[in-house]
Design a protein around this ligand. Sequence first.
Ligand SMILES: [Fe+2]
Ligand SMILES: [Fe+2]
Length: 374
Amino acid sequence: MSTTTDILGRDDPNDLEAILAVTNTDVDEVLHEVSAGVDTLFTWDYERSRPALGKLYEKAKTSQWNASTDLDWSIEVDLEKEVANRPTLGTMAQMGLIDLSKTPVASWGKDEWTRFDMESAVWSLSQFLHGEQGALLCTARIIETVPWIDAKYYAATQVVDEARHVEVFGRYLQEKMSGHYPINAHLRMLLDDIMADSRWDITYLGMQIMVEGLALAAFGFMHMMTQEPLLKKLLRYVMSDEARHVAFGVLSLKEFYAGLTEAEIRERQEFAFEAAVRMRDRFLQQEVWERMGVEPLEVIRFLRDMAPQQEDPFQQMLFSKIVPNCKKLGLLDAGGGWLRERFTEIGVIQFEDWVDTGEEYESLDEVAKDRASA
Ligand SMILES: [Fe+2]
Ligand SMILES: [Fe+2]
């Protein structure tokens, strides 16, 4: 069994100085290599014995969409106007809803805050872009490593979905924004840990349950906040796909985890906790403060003292899909409720009885809805 220090590299999950000390020191890197000794598994058992995965596979085939033709790329995006309409840190600071007079940004006026909000929007989409590539590589891996034919079929459709997601976020950043930010160090650590592990269920747990569970919640939030029609439709369609992806994780792991020992489950609990904290850490968006010429620690510490991460509603909302899905997999309460305690400490346990994503994909299929009404 591991301690918090073994898992996270620090004693206190909320140690801001330690979190911000982890940075991407190689921002010009183009190719990033991760080694893993994975076993490629053929199966000669072609029997379709998992109807829930079969149903998901059928859904995936009929709900494909084409990023080139289903989205209107001629729409012009005015990012400055767009961020002015969102409840951002900048708009709240300018309205006097947050008092930052004792921080390094005390002198900021409209220009600086507008720039900050625009950078923040570009940064957020950039991290989604990198996460989507992580999903692309993970699902390609799952095709090779998962032992079940129904799961190999389904994962193949997800590879196409993820290629499309990388394509749309990449294109949006390139054509409608100012290019992308490098990957955040906390997100990269998490993606590295997922890819470096040769166990197929860890690929699922890290990507399908944790990264995609968070993405589904975050895309939903961004979709609610944005008025920009291209981004809104792009997010609606990406979320339709993501709901299937999370369901794929829940359906597959539920079966597999039922057969694991307590010690094996504990390793999965620890992995889920590490992933949760890494993802939370990345949302401090330290790179945006740096680009604005501000030392991140002081201002982030001030903001955190005002609203600690474990009490911040936005941070908490990001876990609204992850926690019920972990519960459904039995990870919350196994081994004396170790993960329940950790999720309580980081302030996200209240979502445990929210709807899990095992079935939700049917109601979130916006692509099918649009086709039916066309
Ligand atoms: Fe995706
Ligand atoms: Fe996905």
